[in-house]
Each structure stands twice: as C-alpha cells, then as structure tokens.
Design a protein around this ligand. Structure first.
Ligand code: GAL
Length: 926
C-alpha cells in the first residue's frame, strides 16, 4: 500500500489488518512467504515516518472471506469467537507467530508499531450468547505471551462498552452508510453528536478513540461503482462529519479506508467484488482524489493545534442556534480545559441534508471579552453540507489569534516569523484578529495577490482584519507575521514537511516545518547544509512557493533536479518546474497472439476423475446439517476458494427427466450443469441470491441401467463473514444442499466427487498463497502461470471467446517498458454493453496472480488495476484469462485493453517485482 501518501497528507499513523486465513491456509503451517512477509511493510513504514497500529484479528471482518478466518475453520468443531477451546487452540499458533513479528517491530524495539488491536467489532452475538470475558482476556494474554507490550486496543462496532478491559478502548462509526447509488442523500440527523456522550459513559479516562471512522464505502456485486462511493464520502462529507468528530474531542481518528486496494484472488467475502477502492482518499490505482487534499487541510490543522488534545466539548445536545442565534446552525464549543486559553467553535448545518447557505454572526467570549464577529461588520456564511472550525485565542508561534473565522490550515515559525496559512471557500467573507502588544497596531501590507483587507483595532489590543478568501493573498502584519489568505483550491496545494532529525526515529520528526506550495504530491524535504531537497510527484507544470529557513534553502532541488528559485518581496522562494511525462505505447491486447485451450475436459466421455476427492463424508461439524446422503460442502473436503466442480455418477432408472439441485455459493454466484457431455443449463447468478435451486431438463430419456455423470461447475464467492460472535456464520457451506432426479425419485448417486484448487488446504503455490487459484482444470494444471508451455495450444482469444457453454483458458505475453521516474498505474479494462448481456465469468491472471474476477451481466467493475510489481514494468508479462460461459451460445469479452489511468513524474523508489515463480510440473495434477 502507499505508505508515504498518508504521511504527506499530514497523518502520523496507519492501521492495517492482518488476514489470518491467508497466512495459515493449512492448519499449523503458518507462512510469511512472498507477499505475506510483513517485515518489508514494517520497514517501509519506519522509513516513511509512519506509526503503525496492527490489527491482526484473529477476526477482522473487512469484507474478507470468512472475515479473515482460515477456510479450515469451517470444519473445526465448536463455536468461534468464544472461549471455546477448539477455537482458542485454533488461533493460538497464529497469534504466537504474528504476535512475535509485530512485537519485534514495536516502538519499544525501535519499530513503528505503537498499538495492537485485539479482535474487531466484538460487539454482537448470536441469540443466546453474550460477551465472553474469558475469551477477551485469553486473547489479550495470547498477545502478551507473544511479546506485545504496547497498549492493546479494540474496535467496538459503536461506543457500546464491549471489551473495555483493553488498554485503550475505542469504536467505529459509518454515519453515511453504504448506499453509493444515492451519494447525495444524507439523512437529516446523520451527524452523530452522541458519540461523545457514550465515550464519557464507558471510558472517560482514555482518549476518545475512533478506531474506524467512515473514509469511504464498500460496493457490492452489481453496485454503482466506487466513483459514486467517493461522492457519498467526498470532501463535503469529510468537512461535516470529521469536523463533528473534532467537536467531540476525538483525539484518535483512524479512517477506514485511506487506501482500500484490491481483493485479489479469493480475498473478498461475497458482499464485494475485486476492487476494494472504497471511494477512499487514495484510489485503488494509488492516484489522489480531492478527498485527499481536503483531509490534508484538516490533518495539518490538528497537527499544529496542540491545545486541541486537551479539549472537551461543552454543549453537546445543546448546539442548535448556540453562539450564532441561527437555529439552522449547530455550533459546538470545544474548550481546552487544561491550557484554559484556546477554544474551537465547530459550526455546521442543523439539518445535515440541507443545501442552503446560512448567514450568521458569532457571539463569543474571548480574551478581549465578549465579541460579535465579524467585528468590522457584515456576516459570515456557511454553505449546505459544510462545516467550519473557528478558533479563539489560538496560539500560532508567538502570535495569538484572538479569533479567526477563516480556518487554519497550518502555521510555522520560520526565520523568526509566524507564517499562518488561512483558508475559506472562494468568495467568502472572513475575519481574523491578531493580538498585539503596546499601543499601536502593527502595519498591514499586502505583499502579493489581489485581496483587499479592511482593518480595525479592537479594544484590548487586537487588530481585526476582514477579507474575502479568493485566490491567494499574502499579507505582512508587522515584521513578525506572514498571513496566507487562500481559497480552498489554493490551500489544497500546500504541503507541510519535516526534514528528518537525527537518531533512530529520524523520519518521525515533527519539528522544523517547511511549507511548500505546489505539486500534485510533495513527499519529503531533506536539509543538508544549505541545500533543501524536495521529492514528490507532479502531474503538470508546477509553480512552487517554498517557505523555508533562508539558511537551509540557498539551493533547492526537486526529485534531484535543481529548481531555479527567485526570492519574493516577502522572503519566500518561488520556482517553476516543467514536467515531462513521456508517452508510452501499451501493447494492444487485441492484436497480440493469443493461445486458447479447453479448460473443461471433465465433460468429455474419455475423462477420468479417478484422482478427484471422493465426497463420502457422512457427518459434519458444520452447524448447518446436511440432508443429502453424503456431505456435499466443498469446505469439508478442504476446498475454500475459487471455482468448485462436482461430479455425480449414477445408474439410470430410465425415467429421469431432469436434475434438480440446490447450490449455495454466496451473493452473485452461478453454476452450470452438464449431463455427460451435454450442457443442460446454468444458474447465471444474481447479486441478491446466495443459494439457488434449479431444475435442469434432460434432452432425452436415459436407457435403464446405463451409467451417467452429472458435472457441476459452481462459483465460490468467498465465505460469509462472522460478524455476530458465536454465530459461526462463516461456516455457511459452499456446495450442494439437496438434489433429486425428477421423474425418478429412486435414482441413486453412487459416487459424488469434488475438485477445487489443486491440493486443497495443501495448496501448491506457496508464493501466491492459498486464495490465489481455484479448481478449474486450467488452474489445477497451472496454466495461469508464467512459463507454462502453450505451444501446442490452438490460437484463440478472449474477445473471440467460445461458442458454447464451457470454460476456456487464454494466454498471451507482452512486454512493458515504462520509463523510470514516473508512476503510470495500469488497469486491465474490459468492454461491457448492458443491452443484452451475455452470461459469463472471467478471471484475469497477471504473472500468475489473480487480479480480477469479472461477471459480465452483474458488474459493475470494468477496470482492474494491477499494481506495478505484479505487472513487470520492465520486461515480460504473462496474462492468462479463464472464461466460463453459462449460455448455450457461449460468450466473449466485448473488448480487452491495458490502460494507463494516471500519469505523474515521481520520486517513488524503484518497485521490486513480486516473486512470480513460473510453471513447474505439478505432481498429482488432474
Ligand atoms: C466495520 C468493520 C470493518 C469493515 C467496515 C465496513 O464495521 O470493522 O472491518 O467491515 O465495517 O467496510
């Protein structure tokens, strides 16, 4: 994941889940091989100066298959998420292993980890069960035994007072919900003012910790797509909802997600698709949304507002009309109850759904006594879906702002001058009052920009300045204050950087700020003597303004190239940098040579399933009891991901007319059925359907006593999560719940067989892990891997597709040669006409890694980002695509292309490719 970007945004920590099921695909065999190695991630965080909050579960939720539990949990007896021994024994090895790796990277050992979360949302229970304090303390003990010494936390699903025995209790909240299809609908009372009350009720003595606050939303199969989710949770949402949390004195705020990434392989639970973009500030392809820039304003404000840390909200539930006299507004008074100086007044619309602009004046107590603001006349305004924090008696270096209605983005004392960066919406009227000593107010001089300033000396020794926030105006107030008055778009361009200090935690430095305006992303500032080196990403010509100590910025470089700087009249540096974004021609996937092979030999008369697993269990520990003669739950035979195949051998009575079968696979799953070599139908899938009973007619009657086989190919959309503790919901089977032969109730299946990924829990691909490949013939054979010899395959490509129901695998190779020094994320993009969609499913394998699962008639995802490192940007790539057509007439991808989704020059260090071991003979493959 991008780890420098949150830091550049002004955040100081990142939390991350660890997925037990992917580390321990086989019970007792815990692997940190390949992508599962946590150490490079810990090292990158330390290098970026980002503290880490580890969240290893064992239950994580997170829209992952089984909520992070391993597949083998589905056939382990006893209730999970309780103190039941079969569960606590199951997680013991994992917690020990993962815990010791986290422990080695704790801050006390010079690492970046500052907190470890125990469980996740241990907040709801199946009927008849309740919070299990024995489980809670056993789990904490397991972390302690593994060497964790930093505080343990937990994330309650709301401030409900569950699992408060951890060191620093906290909760989560998703106040705008997950309906991305109506991104502008906010309910009137969506803003959760009550969270502070609950915090005080349960855990008044720890920080008000919000371990997950809505940073986006997930989107289901057939959903409206992540760009809608990014609107639902866009900059307006961030302003209103995050500032409300600041009104609640939230001193730990973690956003879920800042970066959601990709549910590659079988990571997802059935409720989400491959992309886990989440509509977050950092998009799946690592590009930055406007949300990122809005967050940067808020994060930097908090970083310099230390008085905030000791505040309390003073008038919860009594906010409507207060301080403004306008009942359409709510204002929370947040006072520093330790420093007893500073106040924060958080203003928002009383009705969150209101889009009207409100006018108001503020009536506040200040160190100058009671004031009506604006003091120079006129009124303030608040747009619909907006919120502001007005500061009172706010310290910025040696300067005190008696008040500012324009919001503070940051301030820094540089060369003995307090540089204060203020912003508002374009065209808004604002007022800021600066305290002064002595009898005469300081001189005010517009140093640059077109803004006009009205001024008035206030009784008690402050100079009020009134202005509108439009563009950028720089104002010198005396010789000691430099004000930047900005509109929001200008403010978005400011970055606050801290050159590394000395010592071990050098990159965590928060002293000696340098402010840089300009650039899509400024990552780092380093000072060496009088040379200031900046690094970052640029997407177009950038005009920089650099506010840095003169002595350490005689020479300035950006990404290693000198910047030609000129000094402004007020002592800052300006420079311009052109950006070269070299053109790149991507291979045209439709004109590449492709090879094709049938990946469903199972339906040919010659096929032998002798090596398949016989499904012959006559009992299961699964809480859902089986009604078939033998258990037909794929998980009971060790198959937990991807496509599953079933074979039913029977001897005909001669009166069978159809096969009826009830299969469960999770939301949007599908299945296709063959009688011997003849396709007899499909359930094509629907996002609202997790289990479907279909009846598939036989084309002709069978002769009495003849032997036949039904072959079923089903999709496995991942296991359900296990949100309600003690529910064992994650054990909900994937497989066959019932079957019968219509016209012949007495027909007996004499053997059931099942095939899933080769080896099942003894998965073959140690590098890519247990969830990468499924049970298609081509997957079992490793056709998706680089280096497989497809020379004898015929030509054929996925846009030509196949002309009947079945499965084919397509392979091609291409070279990429993307220049160094740029970040050009690439996606695989498919075409999709929704008029009369064909019913098919495709999986995209890039260098053996499954980075896309596409369901043509369900969608919505059409672009599948494949990160650099999985894609080899400097050499050969193998793309393999499985295509399962559910219609008798077959199907094909409408189009297929590689696409660059954003272009920046970057200082990102060279990306090391993930290990992508090639095909080797697979003993026992069938
Ligand atoms: C939270 C949960 C997360 C994730 C989120 C929704 O309640 O803790 O793991 O599932 O909901 O995206």
């Amino acid at each position: 994941m991008p780890i420098m970007k949150p830091r550049a945004m002004g955040f100081n920590a990142v939390s991350f889940y660890i997925f037990w099921g992917i580390l321990e695909g086989k019970r007792g065999d815990i692997s940190f091989e390949g992508f599962r190695d946590l150490q490079p991630f810990f090292d990158a965080a330390k290098q970026a100066g980002v503290y880490l909050i580890a969240r290893p579960g064992p239950y994580i939720n997170a829209e992952t298959t089984a909520g992070g539990f391993p597949g083998w949990g589905t056939h382990t007896p006893g209730l999970w998420r309780t103190s039941n021994a079969s569960y606590t024994e199951a997680y013991a090895g994992y917690i020990k292993e993962v815990g010791s790796r986290i422990a080695a990277n704790q801050i006390t050992k010079g690492g970046p980890v500052i907190l470890v979360q125990s469980e996740n949302e241990y907040s709801g229970w199946a009927d008849g069960y309740a919070e299990d304090p024995v489980y809670e303390s056993q789990l904490m003990q397991a972390f302690r035994d593994a060497g964790i010494t930093v505080p343990l936390t937990t994330n309650d699903a709301w401030p409900g007072g569950h699992y408060t025995s951890v060191d620093v209790y906290g909760y989560d909240s998703y106040p705008n919900g997950f309906d991305c299809s109506h991104p502008y609908n906010w309910s009137s009372d969506a803003v959760p003012e009550w969270l502070w009350g609950s915090h005080i009720q349960f855990t008044p003595n720890v920080p008000n910790a919000l371990y997950e606050f809505q940073g986006g939303a997930f989107d289901p199969w057939g959903g409206s797509g992540y760009s809608s989710c990014s609107v639902l949770t866009g900059p307006e949402f961030e302003r209103v909802f995050y500032k409300n949390q600041f009104a609640m004195s939230t001193t730990y705020l973690n956003l879920y997600m800042i970066y959601g990434g990709t549910n590659w392989g079988g990571i997802a639970h059935p409720g989400v698709y491959t992309s886990y973009d989440y509509g977050s500030a950092i998009a799946e392809d690592r590009s930055l949304r406007e949300k990122f820039y809005e967050l940067k304003l808020q994060a930097n404000f908090l970083a310099v507002s230390t008085a905030y840390l000791t505040t309390r909200p003073m008038n919860i539930y009594n906010t409507q009309g207060s301080f403004t006299g306008n009942s359409a507004l709510k204002t929370t008074q947040v006072l520093d109850v330790v420093g007893n100086k500073t106040g924060f007044y958080v203003v928002r619309q009383a009705d969150a759904s209101n889009n009207d602009t409100q006018s108001y004046t503020l009536n506040l107590e200040t160190s100058l006594g009671a004031l009506t603001i604006p003091a120079i006349g006129g009124s303030l305004s608040l747009n619909g879906k907006d919120s502001k924090i007005h500061v009172v008696d706010y310290t910025a270096g040696t300067t005190t702002l008696v008040y500012s209605t324009a919001e503070v983005m940051t301030w820094a004392t540089i060369d003995n001058r307090d540089v204060i960066v203020l912003y508002g919406n374009a065209g808004e009227l604002h007022e800021t009052a600066i305290k002064f000593d002595g009898a005469t107010p300081p001189a005010v001089k517009i140093a640059s920009g077109n803004g006009k300033i009205k001024q008035k000396a206030l009784v008690g020794g402050a100079l009020a300045l009134q202005y509108t926030t439009s563009g950028q105006t720089v104002v010198e107030v005396g010789s000691e204050v430099l004000l930047y008055i900005l509109d929001r778009k200008e403010a978005y361009q400011f970055w606050v950087l801290h050159p590394p200090s000395t010592g071990d935690m050098t990159h965590f430095n928060t002293d000696n700020p340098i402010i840089v305006k300009g650039g899509y992303l400024v990552r780092t500032a380093t000072v060496n003597g009088n040379v200031l080196s900046l690094t970052g990403d640029l997407n177009s010509t950038s005009n920089f303004e650099i506010i840095a100590p003169a002595a350490s910025s005689r020479t300035v470089t950006f990404n290693g190239q000198p910047l030609l700087t000129t000094k402004t009249s007020y002592g800052t540096l300006s420079a311009s940098k052109k950006v070269v974004l070299p053109p790149v021609v991507l291979p045209n996937l439709s004109s590449l040579p492709w090879k094709a092979a049938n990946s469903l030999p199972e339906i040919s008369a010659q096929y032998s399933d002798a090596l398949w697993t016989v499904a012959n269990h006559t009992s299961t520990v699964n809480p859902i009891q089986f009604t078939t003669p033998v258990v037909l739950y794929a998980g009971d035979y060790g198959f937990h991901t991807g496509n599953i195949l079933w074979r039913a051998h029977f001897s005909a009575t001669g009166t069978e007319t159809a096969f009826k079968v009830d299969i469960v696979g999770g939301s949007a799953f599908g299945y296709s059925v063959w009688l011997d070599s003849t396709f007899i139908g499909s359930w094509v899938g629907d996002p609202a359907v997790s289990e479907f009973e279909g009846t598939f007619s036989f084309p002709k009657s069978l002769s009495k006593g003849t032997n036949h086989v039904i072959t079923i190919l089903q999709d496995h959309m991942g296991y359900e999560e296990d949100w309600a503790s003690a529910s064992d919901d994650f054990k909900t089977p994937r497989g066959i719940m019932s079957y019968s032969f219509i016209g012949s109730p007495l027909t007996v299946v004499n053997t059931w067989k099942v095939a899933g990924n080769l080896g099942g829990e003894e998965f073959i691909d140690r590098t890519r892990g247990p969830l990468n490949e499924g049970g298609l013939y081509g997957e079992r054979q490793g056709w998706h891997l680089p280096g497989f010899d497809d020379a004898r395959w015929s030509s054929g490509n996925p846009t030509m597709g196949i002309s009947q129901a079945g499965v084919s695998m397509f392979r091609t190779k291409f070279n990429l040669n993307i220049p160094q020094g740029v970040d050009y994320p690439i996606s695989i993009v498919v075409g999709n006409s929704t008029s009369t969609p064909k019913h098919f499913r495709a999986q995209f394998y890039v260098n053996g890694y499954q980075f896309g699962k596409y369901i043509n008639h369900i969608g919505p995802q059409k672009a599948f980002p494949v990160p650099q490192g999985i894609l080899n940007y400097h050499g050969e790539n193998t793309l393999a695509i499985s295509l399962w057509t559910a219609d008798a007439t077959g199907g094909n991808l409408e189009s297929l292309a590689l696409q660059i989704t954003s272009k920046v020059e970057t200082s990102m260090p060279a990306v090391v490719n993930q290990p992508s071991p090639g095909w080797t003979p697979r003993p026992g493959a069938f």
